[in-house]
Design a protein around this ligand. Structure first.
Ligand code: HEM
Length: 192
């Protein structure tokens, strides 16, 4: 699969986080936000492709994630998904969310509100919060080949910090709802 932070390595890079991590998650610097916004202009020309690559990779590296999707759980041959209209549509919905997140990176209150909305819908999908870090890692692996020579160590770091922030916010919403505790409550869900 040719991406260092894919699959198992994602755990080390993205960590298996809890709400305290979410509160302490690093925020991208102004320079990093600008890099993300510039690179998004290139990525958005290929968002349908990125969405499909990201989900096929996610289902390859973490087949347990596929079981959460009613539409895809019975698909055995992942290659078939590369031409699936349903996966394309789903990927585009996720990419459109990422686009909104990129636009809000310098307005953290608005980013948090967006994560709250998504967290609420995802609470009902019953996916353990750690699955979200897998998505963050596969997103980075999917955009790397799209950006080709524009991909640098600095840009990778900027995307990692930004994805971790978003993923941490989502996990925070999910863990808080799952544990019915205030954000920084002590009784955190251990499986998260
Ligand atoms: C950063 C991570 C993620 C983002 C940005 C994201 C985004 C989205 C968006 C925008 C939708 C469309 C409708 C809605 O708002 O509910 C959606 C649907 C969905 N997501 Fe996610 N998602 C993420 C992670 C996950 C994970 C980890 C799972 C489970 C493994 C998951 C499972 C689902 C399911 C089951 C649906 C409904 C699909 C359908 O309509 O058939 N998502 N997601």
């Amino acid at each position: 699969m040719g991406c260092a932070i894919s699959g198992l390595a994602a755990k080390a890079e993205f960590g298996e986080r809890n709400t305290e991590d979410a509160a302490a998650a690093a925020h991208p610097s102004e320079g990093q936000i600008q890099m993300i916004k510039d690179s998004w202009k290139v990525i958005r020309d290929d968002i349908a492709k990125v969405g499909i690559i990201m989900f096929v990779r996610l289902f390859e590296t973490h087949p347990e994630c596929k079981d959460v999707f009613f539409l895809f759980r019975d698909v055995e041959d992942l290659e078939r998904l590369r031409t699936s209209r349903e996966l394309r549509a789903h990927g585009l919905r996720v990419m459109s969310f990422i686009e909104k997140s990129v636009a809000r990176l310098d307005h953290l209150d608005r980013l948090e509100a967006l994560a709250l909305e998504l967290g609420k819908s995802h609470y009902h999908y019953n996916a353990p919060p750690k699955y979200y870090s897998y998505v963050g890692a596969e997103f980075i692996c999917a955009v790397q080949p799209i950006l080709k020579e524009r991909w640098t160590a600095e840009l990778e770091e900027a995307w990692k910090v930004s994805s971790m922030l978003l993923v941490s916010l989502l996990m925070w919403v999910l863990i808080r709802d799952l544990s019915q505790q205030p954000v920084l409550g002590k009784r955190l869900m251990k499986q998260a």
